[in-house]
Design a binder for this molecule. Structure first.
Ligand code: ADP
Ligand code: SF4
Length: 693
């Protein structure tokens, strides 16, 4: 299929200093959770983006000085020449597909507490570090003020790292002043820089270190490599921080023509990678749009761009020269190729759920709700677009059309299997359809919509709605493989992570679960939500009910509302929104009992009980798999199933064990890949990167 001519502009080459990007699709630096220990995995992950058409593909940040250590965050390093092969592997893999390779050098300054290296942290002035992580908070450690020798040493090492980056093969090398994560940015910040020398005071002085590092890098490698600056044009702190209408603009004016490329964004990371619950496509434009008016150098920016029309608009209106993407390039590494080939319906749009971010914050290899192959390119050999043709002519029956069933059907259909998907209800999508009705969650429906559209185009897949299958239906259907993807339901008995046994619930106690709320049930008056799950559901239901005028108390064993969303960077916004909606928040609570007109809570530390009057209790505790159908079939035994032609029977997704939507999609995908692959006894399901000794 030919691409639409209106997208031609996206495929124009763009000159960046001494190098030329083949098109305007720019995969910006972002963490992949794989860090220094997983070079092959990283190379395969980044190469997939290059193969998918991104004209520039960048690595994650790279530290080069021992006192810039944010372990256990899985950073990449360039401490000395021994680190070059790791980077060369990645740069070569990117180049193999015709893209430019970029890397982002960073000194984390006040953000490094040097847990691994045990070096003393340093910054522009002495103060506590700002290091830590969403789960553990700040570290109890302070930084010392850098003297002139420290500044000279930092500049020398940055220059050496740039030279090593060039030797590794990178085309673009970043100087990083973003996200409140770098030394030059800490020098810029009035709140951190109380120096009285030529590096402190007026902005001309506070910008000096950033200018010097840019000049050093240009001098070292600028003849053959592009030198990019990554710069936060607003910290959303008002006059306390950099502002697009204030000092940030002044910095861009001061340094306008010095770098070869301006990569601009918002600080901190939670303002840059805002989830779809709190932002929409292109949300950074009001802040970044001034930059192109100030510099003649190319500008790249992000904004969770998944629509080629929005991308074209950004370029034509003079906002950006290069369309930056981290999350959209994770959810669909082949987005540019699909635009180029006129296959817009095949684009797997990012849903803005930030599970990718959560995996970095959990210090594990990247994963994605929409793209189950991400992070699995090397270790499992999964490609996001290609999959082996079917290994037999067997037919497959999938029971349940939630994310697990839909992805299993899609991937099996792509393999060429004859697939039947039976869904009990009129709507496909299962939990995704229901949950996307929560306030701010509408983009999550893309998990369903992408797969339903793909299935509709497959002649070898039949989808039956309003088809609740019984065990007899399954037995008489005649499929060789049966996948039970029947999902899960929220428990009514209170059992959850913090409660080992069901709580005392009086027979006439009005209990609601998230399933009830999502299908329209509403309490008649004040409600207590007990959120033991602590991810998004409890907070989202609190918001939903409060918006409808219901008095809501949200009680949780956690220390904050929707505790786990700290990992997706949502937590502060969730809590702010709940406070503003008038929700009463009760932390460190356990649930004792539920009666007809009240809930009994207790302090998790002292056990002191308390009675909270309410007309209903919403128990957001945990889910139970809907595996009765599986149980009935499995109980028949292998021989009885064989007699009906069934050679395999498995649960997939929440029906196995309830987890995230990302886990369900991954499970469905894995089922489809493994259906005809015999694992050798004792073999690990994926490869590991082994440190050679
Ligand atoms: P998952 O997240 O594992 O995909 P969901 O709960 O989202 O699970 O989806 C499970 C789907 O299975 C729901 O849409 C539900 O209606 C459907 N389902 C449950 N039992 C049956 C059944 N016996 N026959 C057909 N569909 C079923
Ligand atoms: Fe987008 Fe969610 Fe995938 Fe991250 S995990 S890339 S936010 S769909």
């Amino acid at each position: 299929m030919a691409r639409d001519a209106r997208y031609d502009i996206l495929f124009e080459p763009v000159r960046i200093g001494p190098v030329t990007a083949p098109n305007r699709f720019y995969a910006t630096p972002h963490t992949d959770g794989m860090g220094r220990g997983n070079p092959r995995s990283q190379a395969a992950f980044r190469a997939t983006k290059a193969e998918g058409g991104w004209g520039v593909v960048c690595t994650q940040e790279v530290v080069f000085q021992l006192n810039s250590d944010c372990t256990p965050d899985p950073d990449m390093v360039l401490f000395d020449d021994r680190d070059i092969p790791h980077h060369a592997l990645i740069a070569d893999a990117i180049h193999a597909h015709g893209a430019l390779a970029g890397t982002e050098l960073v000194h984390l300054g006040l953000f490094a507490s040097n847990r691994w290296s045990r070096e003393t942290p340093m910054g522009p002035s002495a103060r506590p570090t700002i290091a830590g992580d969403p789960a553990n908070g700040v570290d109890p450690i302070s930084a010392r003020a850098m003297d002139k020798a420290d500044i000279r040493e930092f500049r020398r090492l940055h220059r050496e790292a740039a030279l090593r980056a060039r030797r590794a093969g990178y085309d673009i090398v970043y100087v990083y002043a973003s996200h409140n994560l770098s030394l030059p940015m800490h020098f810029l910040a009035r709140r951190y820089n109380q120096r009285t020398d030529e590096y402190g005071g007026a902005l001309e002085n506070r910008v000096r270190l950033l200018r010097e590092v840019l000049e050093d890098t240009k001098d070292a490698i600028g003849d053959t490599c592009a030198v990019a600056i990554r710069f936060s044009v607003d910290e959303l702190l008002g006059p306390k921080g950099l502002e697009a209408g204030g000092e940030a603009r002044d910095v861009v004016e001061m340094l306008a023509e010095l770098p070869d490329l301006w990569d601009v964004n918002l600080s901190t990371w939670d303002n840059d990678s805002v989830s779809s619950r709190f932002s929409s496509e292109g949300f950074q434009e009001p802040y970044t749009s001034f930059v192109k008016r100030v510099t003649s150098k190319p500008v790249v920016g992000v904004g969770r761009f998944t629509s080629p029309d929005t991308m074209v608009s950004q370029v034509k209106r003079g906002i950006l020269d290069l369309v930056g993407a981290a999350r959209p390039s994770i959810a669909d590494p082949f987005l540019p190729a699909k635009v180029r080939e006129g296959r817009l319906d095949d684009i797997r749009e990012c849903i803005g759920c930030n599970m990718c971010v959560a995996t970095n914050n959990s210090k594990v290899p990247i994963r994605c709700t929409q793209n189950p192959a991400v992070g699995e390119e090397w270790r499992r050999g999964w490609h996001p677009e290609r999959i082996a043709a079917k290994g037999s002519d067997a037919s497959v029956l999938i029971v349940g059309g939630g994310p697990a069933g839909l992805e299993a059907a899609r991937a099996l259909g792509q393999r060429g299997y004859a697939v039947t998907l039976a869904e009990a209800t009129r709507e496909l999508g299962g939990r995704v359809g229901r949950e996307s009705g929560l306030p701010g969650f509408s983009e999550w429906a893309r998990v369903r919509d992408y797969r339903v559209a793909q299935l509709a185009a497959m002649t070898n897949v039949e989808v039956y709605r309003e088809s609740r299958l019984s065990a007899d239906d399954v037995l008489s259907f005649g499929a060789q493989h049966v996948a039970i993807a029947t999902g899960a339901h929220w428990r009514r008995d209170g059992l959850g992570p913090s409660l080992d046994a069901p709580v005392a619930i009086e027979p006439d106690a009005p209990i609601l679960t998230p399933d009830d709320i999502l299908t329209g049930a509403r309490p008649q008056g004040p409600v207590v939500i007990f959120d033991d799950d602590q991810f998004y559901m409890g907070g989202a239901i609190a918001e939903l009910l409060a918006r409808q005028g219901i008095a809501v108390t949200l009680a949780t064993p956690g220390g904050s509302a929707s505790n786990w969303t700290a990992l997706t960077l949502d937590q502060p916004r969730v809590q702010r929104r709940l406070i503003e909606a008038g929700v009463t928040l009760r932390f460190h609570q356990t649930l004792l009992s539920v009666g007809p007109e009240a809930v009994r809570l207790a302090c998790a530390y002292t056990g002191r009980p308390e009675t909270v009057a309410c007309t209903a209790a919403v128990l957001v505790t945990s889910r139970r798999p809907d595996d009765a159908l599986y149980g009935t079939l499995a109980a028949l035994g292998h021989d009885a199933l064989r007699a009906k032609g069934i050679v395999s029977l498995e649960t997939v997704g929440d029906a196995t064990a309830p987890a995230t939507i990302a886990a369900c999609v991954h499970a469905g995908h894995r089922y489809a890949r493994a259906i005809d692959a015999r694992a050798e006894a004792g073999a690990l399901p994926f490869d590991r990167e082994i440190v050679t000794v």
